[in-house]
Write a protein that binds this ligand. Structure first.
Ligand code: ADP
Ligand code: MG
Length: 816
């Protein structure tokens, strides 16, 4: 199938290449395509299949088509094949349709022991477990597992799925697969070298496979097993690595069992844990050792968490959770994503211990006294009165968290995380409003001038309802304007000051800065945040970000910031429809744009920054400007690029906002935060040159009203398969977290180092990217718990566990 697919793509590419240069030289492409289509069809279903059926009809009439129509048709075929016929996806689809699940009827066999041992008892060497294999402890040593506790919490890093049966025609060379089939032949023969060999041939309705056994001493056993199965017409299941010899598949020494409905399988039909190994260790032996210890010890492991928390979070018991991660009964999908309640319990615990330690440390450090803002419900109501919309549930929730923080005399240190367009600005504005109402000044810092200007306008308009003066401070202001602004800030005339980095310059002084707001936090360093904070006397701090970046997570883990998540879009928002378009089909885009524009919508057209030289960038941008001006005659087009003066930029932005410009041709200056709700189309040229996160940000510029919006990712036909794969992520989802995940997967683990914590923050099971929500609740619970019980009275097991977990760690020594 793979070959056929590649041949089809090759032929189509050849036909369309260099504007159909070779089109005439290729004889009867219709016949070749029809032949290959019929080979491909058995593997297709759904949309792909109906597309091919339609295409076949066309191909049968190909001879009668005009040359123009032929070309158009072939081009369309090429587009669809490149975008929708990836081998992996087709294969995945086939597997899903054909795979059969084999479920062992055995339960996990867990039985909770009533009588538990104290946690301390588990800090003994595993050798003390009666009946343990005498080589086990040396193996444990190699793995760094010194105590029973270590062994219990040595969680599998992945699982081996021996429950999904792969049909024989879908095997892939090199994979380890579970297969099922009837026995057709059992032969004892000789290898080329004259060694004895047992060959067993299995078949299912899709194909056949040969199982090979080379060790003579097992011949007898297997001959009996297979011939009985053959006589009774029973199927056999085998698990092993797939090899290819010539045209057929083989498995050498697979693990084999006779298939029975509802049977307790031991080797197949189960999901097995896979552990990290050390040099010279074998998986099946380590598995056996760990299994032995878990069976003996896990049921006696005591519940060490407060009962209230276990109840409130509906956590399964710790002993059962330990058991289940080693002997899973959940589905492989859940296990692989670490979504089973048992895995989650262990992740939660890991966070809980860490956060409890942090909370204790925090408690010990003398509590900073900050500002207790007299915020009340009326202020919130007053604020809402002048909003043109009602807040989303998520916005309300986050505001409640902020209000609680602000009321408290401890300085707020909060991060608001929310996808592009989720409405972070209004939440920030509310916080600013509360601070001003309480008699304090607010500083709002944004990473670019365009953004600072935008915030300035928004805040100014909003605060005008209350007669509250808002000022701006940016680097591009004239010295005179700047001086005036500085004075107004110092005298306390400006209650809210919006600005760029200019805000943290030495000269800037406030009368009484009470709240610091930082937008798009990832653009600033920790240092800059501190600098702005130092402009006041322990002001509250609120930072906002659209990017679920590793550093944010790291900061959380260090206990520096509390997190609020806005996980809901304003009502009526429709996901942006996203489509990959090849650059030779620009005319389609042009006519689409004309339609949207004539309906009163606005359009962005974005180019990647050309970095070679200033001149080139200018040229690229202006060329494009002329191109689009020509194409979209009758509509007004504006140009925005990095080489323009600030006033020019602001002017262009203002005109695009007001609708004087309907189209904005731009470099990526507009990437972050720009808000023009009337814009419904984002065209991104050379999309393959952008990173996924950046594309997501750009796309976030549209879809900011209840109108349907679109994003076109323009790229070349000849762009690599990897690039297409990346762009397809955006076609498939508008969820920023998913995009970020895919982004990390593409970029590889090297760049993930940002999430790694030094020392105390090294998590064994938890993954900060995946488990953010769990971290949040564990943190909440831990802080609340420590608040009520700073001595951890009555929780000796928990104390012991923390001592064990954090031993040798300076920062936590004292609490121990
Ligand atoms: P981001 O989170 O990306 O910074 P913004 O704060 O710029 O998003 O908000 C995006 C758009 O949605 C803005 O035009 C804003 O006025 C609007 N908006 C925010 N909250 C709501 C809401 N609750 N209902 C309707 N529109 C909203
Ligand atoms: Mg924003």
């Amino acid at each position: 199938m793979k070959d056929t697919l590649e041949n089809i793509k090759r032929l189509l590419t050849l036909l369309v290449k260099e504007d159909f240069k070779y089109f005439d030289r290729i004889k009867d492409p219709d016949k070749a395509l029809l032949a290959m289509f019929s080979q491909l069809k058995p593997f297709l279903s759904g949309k792909r299949l109906s597309f091919i059926n339609k295409a076949e009809k066309f191909l049968r009439n190909y001879r009668y088509l005009s040359e123009k129509d032929r070309k158009r048709f072939i081009k369309e075929l090429h587009t669809v094949f490149v975008l929708r016929f990836s081998f992996d996806e087709i294969e995945e689809d086939v597997r899903k349709r054909k795979s059969e699940k084999l479920v062992s009827s055995s339960s996990s066999g867990f039985k909770e022991e009533k009588e538990k041992y104290p946690v301390r008892a588990f800090f003994q060497s595993p050798e003390t477990v009666k009946g343990l294999n005498k080589f086990a402890s040396s193996r444990f040593k190699k793995l760094g597992l010194e105590t029973i506790f270590d062994v219990l919490f040595y969680v599998p890093f992945r699982y081996e799925d021996r429950t999904t049966v792969t049909p024989l025609n879908l095997l892939r060379e090199g994979e380890t697969a579970l297969i099922k089939g009837k026995v057709v032949g059992i032969v004892e023969t000789l290898t080329k070298k004259g060694k004895k060999l047992l060959k067993v041939i299995l078949y299912d309705t899709h194909g056949k496979i040969t199982l090979l056994f080379l060790q003579q001493r097992v011949f007898g056993f297997y001959k009996k097993l297979f011939s009985q199965a053959k006589e009774l017409g029973k199927e056999v299941i085998a698990y092993g690595k797939v090899k290819r010899s010539g045209l057929s598949f083989t498995m050498v020494h697979p693990e084999v069992e006779v298939f029975e409905e509802k049977k307790n399988y031991s080797k197949v039909g189960v999901i097995l844990p896979v552990y990290h190994l050390a040099e010279g260790l074998k998986q099946h032996l380590v598995r056996k050792d760990i299994e032995y210890v878990v069976r003996k010890a896990a049921p006696r492991f005591p519940e060490y968490l407060p009962k209230e928390i276990v109840g409130k979070r509906k956590l399964p018991s710790i002993s059962r959770s330990i058991w289940e991660v080693h002997f899973p009964t959940s589905s492989i999908e859940e296990l692989e994503e670490f979504r089973t309640p048992y895995q989650k319990r262990l992740i939660y615990d890991e966070f809980f211990l860490f956060q409890t330690a942090l909370a204790l440390v925090r408690k010990r450090i003398k509590e900073d006294k900050g500002i207790a803002f007299p915020v009340n419900e009326e202020m919130l109501e007053e604020f809402k009165k002048h909003l043109p919309f009602s807040l989303t549930g998520a916005q309300e929730r986050v505001l409640k968290e902020i209000i609680a923080d602000m009321k408290n005399s401890k300085p707020m240190n909060r991060l608001i995380q929310g996808d592009v367009g989720s409405g972070k600005t209004v939440v920030a504005a509310a916080a600013a409003f509360f601070a001003v109402k309480s008699g304090y000044q607010v500083a709002v810092m944004a990473p670019t001038e365009i953004l600072a200007n935008q915030h300035f306008k928004k805040f100014k308009e909003f605060f005008s309802h209350f007669g509250i003066p808002v000022g701006i401070l940016t680097g591009s202001m004239t010295p005179k304007a700047k001086n005036m602004a500085l004075k107004a800030v110092k005298k306390g005339y400006f209650k809210v000051v919006v600005g760029t980095h200019a805000l943290i310059q030495e000269k800037v002084e406030f009368e009484n800065l009470g709240l610091v707001i930082i937008d798009e936090q990832h653009r600033f360093g920790v240092k800059q945040r501190a600098e702005l904070k130092n402009k006041g006397d322990r002001p509250d701090v609120l930072v906002m970000t659209a990017t679920p970046i590793p550093r944010t997570l790291a900061l959380t883990a260090y206990g520096d910031l509390d997190i609020s998540v806005i996980d809901e879009m304003p009502a009526g928002r429709k996901p942006v429809k996203t489509k990959i378009i090849f650059d030779d089909e620009m005319e389609k885009v042009v006519s689409f744009l004309k339609k949207e524009l004539s309906e009163g919508n606005r359009v962005y057209i974005v180019y990647p920054l050309v970095e070679e030289s200033e001149k080139m960038e200018l040229k690229a941008a202006t060329d494009m400007f002329h191109f689009w001006n020509e194409k979209l005659k009758g509509f007004s087009v504006g140009l925005l690029h990095g080489r323009m003066k600030q006033e020019e930029k602001d002017d262009v932005m203002a005109k695009f906002k007001s609708g004087e410009f309907q189209v904005l041709v731009s470099t990526t200056v507009i990437e972050v935060g720009v808000d023009v709700p009337e814009a419904t189309v984002m065209v991104i040229e050379h999309a393959e040159r952008f990173g996924l996160a950046q594309l997501h940000q750009l796309r976030g510029r549209v879809g900011r009203s209840d109108r349907q919006s679109y994003c076109f990712l323009i790229t070349k036909r000849t762009v690599g398969e990897d690039a297409i794969k990346r762009l397809k992520v955006l076609e498939a989802t508008t969820d920023g977290f998913k995009v970020a995940e895919a982004d990390l997967a593409f970029r590889g683990p090297g760049e993930l180092m940002g999430t790694r914590q030094s020392g105390i923050g090294e998590f064994k099971i938890a993954d900060l990217r995946r488990d953010l929500e769990l971290l949040k609740i564990a943190r909440e619970d831990a802080f609340e718990f420590v608040e009520e019980n700073p001595e951890l009275k009555g929780f000796d097991n928990l104390k012991d566990l923390m001592k064990y977990r954090f031993k040798g760690n300076e920062e936590f020594v004292e609490i121990a």
